[in-house]
Write a protein that binds this ligand. Structure first.
Ligand code: SAM
Length: 219
């Protein structure tokens, strides 16, 4: 799987790519991630990537030409082109599963007041929103998509059973609560936060029943 990120802030990805499981997956060759500076595809002395919106309005809009050139230069035969926009379709676990089967994904990160709508219309295969809120740019969405898709790619995370999580009908994950040592944590004198007894019982049948019950509970 090869992710290509088109951004005007490539250095935002420095630590993201050099830590933890993403770094390991890159080193193992299971994952390839290339960060492209959009300004490389500008042709004026100021490397301009934005301009004022037609019809008026506040802020600046990212220009179509540099994005078109960047995508054309990067794209190969089997490449999915994704634009991040709060107007896009909501990103879900199902979408992550679909993306994990792609060979190459180009992700376009918007900034300012967004991206010229011709990118959404003519260049992107999918317009994706990671939630009904507005961020300052598409870089955090790109990281969210990379993490959720990568953990579905064999060899990226250690154990296959990490992949067991499933989405319930209400869109929430049916995951049970987890505990680790100590069995009792006392944040203050006389206050004891305990691990549920069942989990310490060693009775696998009871533990399984407890887990299934807890999957449905939320605070
Ligand atoms: N005026 C734009 C609008 O309301 O659609 C907001 C642009 S936002 C400040 C700048 C960029 O951040 C967007 O072009 C997009 O790439 C990214 N972005 C912001 N919120 C997002 C979200 N919820 N999902 C995906 N991308 C988002």
């Amino acid at each position: 799987m090869h992710f290509h990120i088109i951004t005007i802030f490539p250095s935002l990805f420095n630590s993201f790519l050099s830590e933890s499981l993403i770094k390991k997956a890159i080193n193992k060759g299971v994952l390839k991630i290339t960060v492209h500076d959009l300004r490389k595809w500008t042709s004026d002395p100021h490397s301009t990537v934005d301009d004022r919106p037609f019809g008026g309005g506040s802020g600046m809009v990212m220009k179509v030409e540099p994005i078109y050139k960047a995508v054309n230069a990067i794209k190969t035969k089997n490449t999915k082109v994704v634009l991040f926009t709060p107007r896009g379709k909501r990103f879900t676990q199902n979408k992550a599963e679909q993306f994990s089967k792609e060979g190459n994904i180009i992700m376009i990160c918007g900034r300012y007041e967004g991206v010229d709508a011709r990118v959404e219309k003519y260049i992107a295969d999918e317009n994706i929103s990671i939630g009904s809120y507005v961020l300052m740019g598409g870089e955090i969405p790109a990281m969210a998509v990379i993490e959720s898709v990568s953990r579905l790619i064999p060899g990226v995370i250690g154990k296959d059973n990490f992949l067991e999580t499933r989405v319930g009908k209400d869109g929430r994950f049916t995951e049970y609560q987890q505990y680790t040592r100590p069995e009792v944590f006392s944040p203050n004198k006389g206050v004891n936060w305990k691990v549920p007894k069942t989990l310490l019982s060693g009775d696998h049948k009871k533990i399984e029943t407890w887990k299934n019950k807890k999957k449905k509970e939320v605070k």
